[in-house]
Design a protein around this ligand. Structure first.
Ligand SMILES: [Zn+2]
Ligand SMILES: [Zn+2]
Length: 226
């Protein structure tokens, strides 16, 4: 049974502990290392590997400390170029870590960025953050961890009111998944096996967690966390 423990989610930091029967991995490491230690019950030795989506600090900050502690960190090539000791992954190449079979795939962001498909037993977890949209469809997902950074309406309204510069509004729309894009993805993919949906990377100013959660819950009938 896959277990998800979110350490942090959002522009201030992203990191999630994923556990299977026998193994533990981290998805992203964009927090202070002590936060990972704390969340792992001060047993970071149990972390078999870490998969970083991309080089931005809110996803990669703890990378040097993880490597210092002997934890293998995998990421896209340009992230591996940024941090000594990171192992570069190729898109669509499978990797086995104990119970887990992990497949990275490219998603559109302003730097090279991976989403990860994580299989354990007959369960399938999908992790996608910091993408303009999701260019693929997936089958038999049981755990969905998907960005719902903003609502396009809220971003447009705040830009019109002058609370958000046009430049920033454009960057947000082009580099992060909106609730509208997340809903399109959910409608396009078979959600019949999904038990849990984690809406991630919500913006403080441009999102509405209660509304987003209700929308996704009504569409899927899954347990939704936001
Ligand atoms: Zn981010
Ligand atoms: Zn980013």
């Amino acid at each position: 049974m896959i277990k998800i423990k979110t350490i942090a989610s959002g522009s201030k930091g992203n990191a999630h502990i994923i556990e299977s029967e026998n193994n533990t991995i981290l998805l992203d490491a964009g927090v202070a290392f002590r936060e990972i230690q704390y969340a792992a019950g001060f047993n970071t030795a149990k972390i078999d590997a870490c998969f970083v989506t991309h080089r931005h600090g809110d996803h990669s900050n703890a990378t040097p400390m993880l490597i210092k502690r002997g934890i293998k960190v995998y990421a896209p090539k340009d992230t591996a170029d940024k941090f000594n000791g990171v192992i570069a992954l190729k898109a669509k190449e499978n990797l086995t870590i104990g119970d887990f079979k992990i497949t990275p795939f490219e998603v559109p962001h302003d730097v090279p960025c991976f989403g990860y498909l994580v299989k354990a037993g007959n369960e399938k977890l999908l992790y996608i953050v910091d993408a303009e949209y999701v260019p693929y469809t997936f089958k038999d997902i049981t755990h969905l961890m998907l960005e719902a950074n903003h609502s396009r309406d809220i971003v447009m309204d705040r830009a019109k009111e002058g609370k958000l510069s046009l430049k920033l509004a454009e960057r947000i729309l082009k580099t992060h998944i909106s609730i509208e894009a997340a809903m399109e993805f959910i409608k396009k993919n078979d959600m019949s096996r999904v038990k849990e949906i984690h809406l991630l990377h919500l913006s403080n100013d441009n999102s509405d967690a209660v509304r987003f959660k209700r929308k996704v819950q009504e569409e899927t009938g899954a347990i939704v966390y936001a």
